[in-house]
Design a protein around this ligand. Structure first.
Ligand code: PMT
Length: 492
């Protein structure tokens, strides 16, 4: 997502500037065009040549120098930027920006830009905690600037405290989140699960599986980068918590179920990439089971865990993964039917470059229309984006659906109609409590198994006495995955 973006990186006079060079290098490697502006004091710490070498771009150091292609018009970078990032940012630069000062290339560019601004402070703890710095940060946050909080640790002064430049991965995560704000999933809430659950046998042993969490984390990060608000429910993994994502840590299948049930309230989609244990020990030993006491064999009684996907219902897209070792598509189709899912990513976990632990995956996307689309081997991040492309498509398709029905005696007199079989996709699968909204206001109703829209529509029919038998009604359901706004038009 950084590829092709113009990113202005402001670096200021902090000992953390060496990390700024690493950031510039990683952003360039990710495909961004990185234009570095150094303040005068930054140039005292490292030579502009360092940044020039890692970005392959000229570096702006002064408002007046003519060596740079940008110095002629000092606001050129302000216009060209997709985003401005200041890392490391000193207390001084934060104060200047908060005060609207424009006395060097960096402050001029920030003052002149309409692009989003991200600031990653790095300074001595006392300077960071000083009331005036905190007031300046609050002022800038209120104006829409995004801050990447400094971490705790050893500082250049030798002391320990908050003030260390945030980790580079955290800064990059924040940049992606800010750039993705208006992406195709903006406004959507997506719950993702990842990792393999651990079912305790005793306080030191558990039944687990090979899931590393990479696939689920990739889905969560891709959704964040496309503007979604993401909750990641994760079993233990070796991966760091992604920036800009609400992360809920759990251990067991039961805990995952509880966390998912809570997280899906008001969500638009649930994507279950986690490898959830199908069985758990019936009971857990309170103390470590001793070999001497257990003898040569140890029998464990296992019971089924709840199936989270099956038991988590609501007005959101439900997408599962199916880790299969044989008959991939058939088994995944059965999964889709059995769990009434909107989509399944069938995952061949037999190949060494696909499935558990590795960075690549090979999936087949199976949807409710019965179609199966095999995808080639790709990175888990690319797999995540392909799945999300489908999710975006499904959201669009469900933005409005319509069907035309004939007015019959029953429709006219009793005030209800039946959705014909071909129009069933107007609503998600049966069993949901739904709220209908017509131009007459809100009518709470339930859609029953026979797809009858209840007698609560009587007031609408009463308002239209002109309706005759054999007239046609065009029924449009707007945003069926979010709100059941029903529009009824009389077709002339
Ligand atoms: O984490 P990685 O190392 O990157 O590996 C990725 C992966 C192989 C774990 C992932 O791509 C994957 O295939 N995840 C699903 C693994 C799995 O448990 O599949 P399943 O066929 O057993 O389950 C089918 C679906 O039901 C899954 O979406 C699963 O999350 C869900 N499930 C399973 C059991 C259960 N009790 N509740 C569930 O909701």
């Amino acid at each position: 997502m950084l590829s092709g973006k113009t990113l202005v990186l402001g670096v200021t006079g902090s000992i953390a500037i060496y990390k700024g060079a690493d950031l510039a290098s990683k952003l360039t490697q990710a495909g961004a065009k990185v234009e570095v502006i150094m303040t005068e004091s930054a140039a005292q710490f490292v030579s502009p040549m360092t940044f020039r070498s890692v970005t392959n771009r000229p570096v702006v150091t002064s408002l007046w120098e003519m060596a740079s292609e940008f110095s002629i018009e000092h606001v050129a970078l302000a216009d060209a930027a997709d985003i401005i990032v200041i890392a490391p940012a000193t207390a001084n630069i934060i104060a200047k920006i908060a005060g609207g000062i424009a006395d060097d290339s960096l402050t001029c560019t920030v003052l002149a830009t309409k692009a989003p601004v991200v600031i990653a402070p790095a300074m001595h703890t006392n300077m960071y905690q000083n009331q005036v710095t905190q007031e300046n940060i609050a002022k800038l946050k209120a104006r829409g600037v995004t801050f990447v909080e400094p971490g705790y640790g050893r500082l250049a002064s030798g002391g320990v405290g908050q003030g260390r430049l945030a980790e580079i991965e955290t800064i990059i995560g924040t940049i992606k989140q800010v750039l993705g704000r208006n992406g195709d999933l903006a406004g959507k809430r997506i719950v993702v699960t990842a990792g393999g659950t651990r079912e305790a046998i005793d306080p030191v042993r558990f039944i687990g599986n090979r899931s590393s969490g990479k696939m689920g984390y990739a889905v969560a990060e891709a959704a964040r980068d496309r503007g979604a608000q993401v909750t990641l429910v994760t079993a233990p993994t070796a991966l760091p918590d992604p920036t800009g994502i609400e992360v809920v840590h759990i251990q067991t299948a039961l805990q995952m179920k509880e966390a998912v049930t809570k997280a899906v309230a008001g969500a638009d989609a649930l994507i279950m990439a986690a490898a959830v244990a199908d069985y758990m020990p019936k009971s857990q030993a309170a103390r470590k089971i001793k070999k001497a006491a257990a003898g040569p064999t140890l029998n464990l009684e296992l019971i089924r865990t709840p199936d989270i996907l099956t038991e988590t219902r609501g007005n959101f897209l439900r997408i599962g993964f199916a880790a299969e070792t044989e008959d991939l598509v058939e088994h995944a189709r059965e999964e889709l039917e059995k769990k009434q899912l909107h989509m399944v990513a069938a995952n061949d976990v037999t190949a060494p470059d696909s499935g558990f632990e590795v960075d690549t995956n090979r999936i087949t996307i199976i949807t409710r229309d019965g179609k199966a689309e095999p995808l080639p081997l790709m990175t888990k991040r690319d797999v995540a984006d392909r799945i999300l492309d489908r999710v975006v498509g499904m959201f669009k398709a469900t933005d409005s659906k319509s069907v035309t029905i004939n007015v019959t005696k029953t429709v006219k007199n009793q005030g209800w109609f039946t959705i014909p079989v071909k129009g069933r996709a107007l609503f998600p699968e049966a069993g949901h409590e739904i709220t209908l909204l017509t131009e007459d206001g809100e009518i709470a109703t339930n859609r029953d198994k026979d797809w009858n829209i209840g007698a609560n529509l009587k007031p609408w029919f009463r308002k239209h006495p002109e309706l005759k038998e054999d007239d046609k009604l065009h029924i449009t359901v707007i945003k069926p995955m979010e709100r059941y706004h029903i529009k009824i038009e009389i077709v002339k």
